[in-house]
Design a protein around this ligand. Structure first.
Ligand SMILES: Nc1ncnc2c1ncn2[C@@H]1O[C@H](COP(=O)(O)OP(=O)(O)O)[C@@H](O)[C@H]1O
Ligand SMILES: [Mg+2]
Length: 471
């Protein structure tokens, strides 16, 4: 097997879209390679696990997956994916390489005999026994994402995780459980790829699932609905062609059904007083941490505290159940297909350590994530259309609020199967505040232009009636 060049990998990582350490000083502290079974003459396909060590004060290490295809002759069409020249051969990021990604898919269909001939720590697991159409042409998806996904024809999608951690990957774990349970709200899982290390750990590298070819991204659909409303000066949300409320309701229903299936197949638990206190403390600590970094949040801290702390009181009085949830739910993680809404990407909040992401949580974290996303959709559209004078801005702000309120209600009512109880309202508001507080930090760091979207939400939340009940 060819030996990767450390300096080439470092250079490649530094500019890769999925590399989380861009701008930070780092070095490649370790490299391990594994051959992918199968393949054709002149192409060597391997997976390189790259251990990155950060050299700044924050320090720490991360593990990345880099599938590499090595060709004897240079491949002009792969030029943008070029990594380096190794032992006179040419190494490329294999996700761009059709021949390599075909080999990756075909490895799922190899016989035990064929697999036994290759000494590799890679394991290709199947879920279900449907025949895999392996003849389809692979193509790398162009969506802005943190991992890399390759579609094969119209049926299959392979998601290769870039930043990996030893242990079960929640995206694979949850897709497997929901697929076996016959859920209507996820793309069916067909298989996954593991690396079994010499130390007995498993690093999960990729998942193969149904390609939701007809799916439209919920984030795009919601924004076009808001745009349609703003374009109609005299109509209200429910009168406009692009009304989203029925979709919001179907989303609420899809989330409720998904939560119910997850509760059936993973352990659930009633939070005890200590657990509820710990949950509230985590939120309060996140608030302090956020206020240190976002000076504009400071003025809301005192009024936010009771709204977060209330989680512990509600748990004590009415009880709060925790269970497996999506963990990072927003409109961008939903797809509207001809067969209804599907939820994607169960990896949880990328900023949190993997072991925390599979902790059972109140379902209200997901519900709040979606509510925040409605607010973002309207706010972002308002911005796109802004700058046409103060009067129209006011008018638009009013209509945005109307759009958000209508969709929130439709979503919540469908989710809860009716009005929320006062306790549910409190929990939902607490998780929404927690999420908005986190977003304030995220936007300041990543998209300062959007920083006032979550900040305005925080201001609204502390002023709202629901939250006042908490005092
Ligand atoms: N099974 C699927 N079929 C079609 N498109 C999908 C599928 N899963 C995800 N997508 C699309 O690809 C995008 C990125 O997928 P996602 O799983 O969220 O990856 P990441 O972990 O990189 O965010 C999603 O926002 C969605 O639009
Ligand atoms: Mg995603």
């Amino acid at each position: 097997m060819i030996t990767p060049y450390r300096s080439d990998i470092e250079r490649h990582l530094a500019t890769a879209r999925w590399f989380a350490g861009k701008g930070r000083p780092f070095r490649v502290a370790g490299l391990r390679s594994a051959p992918v079974p199968g393949g054709s003459d002149g192409l060597e396909l391997l997976v390189v696990l790259v251990e990155v060590e950060y050299l700044d004060a924050a320090g720490g290490t991360e593990l990345y997956q880099l599938p590499v295809s090595v060709h004897a002759a240079p491949k002009e069409h792969l030029e943008p994916a070029w990594i380096g020249r190794w032992d006179g051969r040419h190494a490329y990021d294999a996700t761009h390489d059709r021949a390599a990604m075909t080999q990756w898919l075909e490895a799922f269909a190899l016989s035990a005999d064929e697999l036994a001939r290759v000494d590799t720590p890679l394991r290709f697991h199947r879920c279900g026994d449907a025949d895999l159409p392996t003849g389809e042409r692979p193509g790398l998806m162009t969506a802005e994402q943190s991992n890399s996904s390759v579609a094969y024809g119209e049926e299959l999608l392979m998601k290769l995780f870039r930043k990996v951690t030893p242990g079960p990957n929640p995206d694979i774990e949850i897709h497997e459980v929901l697929t076996r349970a016959g859920s209507d709200h996820v793309a069916a899982l067909h298989g996954w790829v593991d690396w079994e290390t010499d130390e007995g750990e498993v690093v999960q590298l990729a998942m193969l699932q149904q390609f939701l070819r007809t799916g439209s991204d919920g984030w795009a659909l919601a924004r076009s609905s808001a745009r349609a409303l703003f374009a109609e000066a005299d109509l209200h949300a429910h009168e406009v062609g692009g009304d989203f409320a029925s979709e919001a309701a179907r989303l609420g229903q899809a989330l409720a059904e998904t939560h119910a299936t997850l509760a059936e197949h993973f352990p659930t638990q009633q939070l005890d007083a200590a657990g509820a206190r710990a949950l509230a403390d985590t939120m309060l600590a996140r608030l302090d941490w956020a206020a240190e970094q976002v000076p504009a949040l400071e003025q809301y801290v005192d009024r936010l505290r009771p709204r977060l702390a209330v989680v512990a009181d509600v748990a004590e009085e009415a009880g709060v159940r925790v269970q497996r949830i999506h963990g990072d739910l927003h409109l961008g993680q939903t797809l509207r297909t001809v067969k209804g809404w599907k939820l994607v990407d169960f990896e949880g909040e990328p900023a949190r350590p993997l072991h925390e992401r599979s902790h059972p949580e109140p379902v209200w974290r997901d519900v709040a994530g979606m509510l925040r996303s409605f607010d973002y959709a309207a706010a972002v559209v308002q911005r796109e259309l802004g700058g046409e004078g103060a009067a129209s801005d006011d008018q638009r702000a009013y209509r945005a609020e109307e759009w958000v309120e209508r969709n929130r209600r439709a979503f919540l009512t469908a989710y809860a199967g009716g009005e929320l109880s006062p306790e549910q309202e409190l929990l939902c508001a607490a998780f929404e505040a927690d999420k908005a507080v986190y977003e304030c930090v995220y936007e300041l760091r990543n998209r300062p232009d959007w920083a006032d979207i979550p900040l305005a939400a925080v201001a609204r939340l502390v002023a709202s009636e629901t939250a006042a009940v908490a005092e």
